[in-house]
Design a protein around this ligand. Structure first.
Ligand SMILES: Cc1ncc(COP(=O)(O)O)c(C=O)c1O
Length: 468
């Protein structure tokens, strides 16, 4: 509601005050392009000024292109208000302020510290594997002619041999069967998630995910304009009473889960909890997105049936090569019920976010390399050794740090009582990811142990011993 008289700036002459007010109303979008202004007579009454004063102000605004006079019908805000009449310099600061989050300062401190790395940083803040642990697949051969030929095998869903390879791996690992499902290749898991949200949701729709969760700091929810609701993780898994409450209050459409080696807790959701979550979601007709980016690293003895295998029609399954071959690989995949898969393909094409053929051909070479399985075994063994050594160091030197030892993955989720832990560890050159990034408190933090070879383990031990 515009308060014409009271909002008039206290300046003279009066016609200038009127032009200033109308300009700022346009700038603040309280007056919109195409909107009709009250008549001159009415404006004179509203402003409590002479009609000639209003006429003069409107004339000024018309000649600067902000208003348009249509004879016989009145004065309108121009469809394209000439912005040169308004301050010409964009206030970039406002854009930056708008995008600030409660954890931005941590992110930038982590980035700055890495940039200044003097070789002393013990980096436990990474999301992925260190380079030295990425499977060594020797010399993958791709010649130009075979690449050109490969392009003939490109389909809407991606490079056919890669689709077949990934499908075969899912079936071989007994993760699920591909009957009546579409498998499509994406540019990583993040892009897969963006595609699913863009294809299935409208602005203002609601989704839920765990707290803490990697998804808490993902920009895609804001990009798509969906509302997010955190569901606390307790010692026994996701709080299903709160989940049901949130479902009922906020008409949740999708539940997004990262059920195996969850980022950041490293937990695996038990079969019993998976079944309870599924039952609840089936009762309220909620689709599940299963983000299984760490699925490559799970030992067969610890494997729990995927949500996708338990309810193929209700679950969209997302995977990626980022946690196995490095995040710059930018290759991921989605497995969705056919009707949904077709929709995803249409949107992917429309948005032109089809992943590069070059990357797809290379990914297929890597996934069909005969040494891959042996390399994955080597990797998981080394991760277990690093995890065991790091947990021993922490248990000895930091008995007040509480964590559960995860069965695999890269992360320890540590709880302790000092809210300044991030800064204090940074002083010791130890970089971790604090809880607010994942939607919890400053007392929690995530520690990526994958990066700690024997030398770094030794350095960590002395840094923490000094701090004792
Ligand atoms: C749970 C989870 N999902 C998705 C991603 C993003 O994966 P990608 O690099 O394939 O986009 C990550 C990366 O850290 C992750 O931890």
């Amino acid at each position: 509601m515009i308060n014409w008289h009271d909002d008039l700036p206290d300046i003279k002459p009066k016609y200038l005050a009127i032009t200033k007010l109308i300009k700022s109303l346009i700038q603040e979008e309280k007056l919109l392009p195409g909107q009709r202004l009250p008549s001159e007579r009415k404006l004179a009454q509203l402003f409590e000024v002479d009609r000639s004063t209003v006429t003069r102000a409107l004339l000024e605004l018309t000649s600067s292109g902000l208003l348009i006079k249509k004879s016989g019908s009145g004065t309108y805000i121009s469809q394209l208000p000439q912005l040169h009449a308004l301050p010409t310099r964009v206030n970039w600061h406002l854009f930056l302020e708008n995008n600030k989050t409660s954890y931005s300062s941590y992110q930038s401190k982590i980035t700055q510290t890495r940039a200044l790395d003097n070789g002393k940083i013990l980096d436990a803040a990474g999301n992925e594997l260190p380079m030295e642990l990425i499977p060594n697949l020797g010399s993958l051969q791709m010649n130009w002619q075979s690449f050109l030929l490969a392009q003939k095998q490109s389909q809407d869903a991606g490079y056919l041999p890669l689709i077949q390879t990934i499908g075969h791996i899912h079936e071989q690992k007994k993760q699920f069967k591909l009957n009546d499902q579409t498998l499509l290749i994406t540019g990583g898991a993040q892009q897969a998630l963006l595609l699913v949200l863009r294809s299935l949701l409208n602005v203002g729709d609601s989704v839920a995910f765990a707290q803490p969760s990697y998804f808490n700091s993902s920009a895609i929810f804001k990009t798509v304009g969906v509302r997010t609701f955190p569901i606390p993780l307790t010692d026994t898994g996701m709080d299903l009473n709160i989940l049901e409450d949130v479902i009922l209050k906020h008409r949740i459409k999708l539940l997004i889960l990262n059920p195996t080696f969850q980022n950041p807790t490293g937990e695996i959701i038990s079969l019993e909890q998976r079944q309870r979550i599924l039952k609840l979601c089936q009762e309220y007709q909620i689709a599940i997105i299963e983000d299984d980016v760490f699925g490559w690293l799970v030992d067969s003895k610890d494997e729990v049936p995927t949500f996708k295998s338990l309810a193929p029609e209700n679950v969209i399954y997302i995977s990626s090569l980022s946690k196995l071959l490095g995040s710059s690989t930018r290759i991921g995949s989605i497995v969705a019920p056919e009707t949904i898969g077709q929709r995803l393909l249409q949107v992917q094409k429309k948005l032109d976010i089809v992943p590069s053929m070059l990357a797809q051909v290379m990914a297929n070479l890597a996934l069909t390399d005969e040494t891959l399985n042996a390399e994955i075994n080597k990797l998981t063994k080394e991760l277990t050794t690093r995890r065991n050594n790091i947990t021993k160091i922490l248990q000895n030197l930091k008995p007040d740090w509480n964590f559960k030892t995860p069965k695999g993955g890269f992360y320890l989720w540590i709880k302790q009582s000092d809210p300044d832990i991030f800064e204090k560890l940074l002083k010791e050159n130890i970089l971790v990811k604090p809880g607010p990034i994942y939607g919890t408190t400053k007392q929690d933090f995530r520690f990526n142990f994958a990066n700690f070879d024997l030398d770094k383990q030794k350095k960590l031990r002395s840094a923490l011993a000094k701090d004792k």
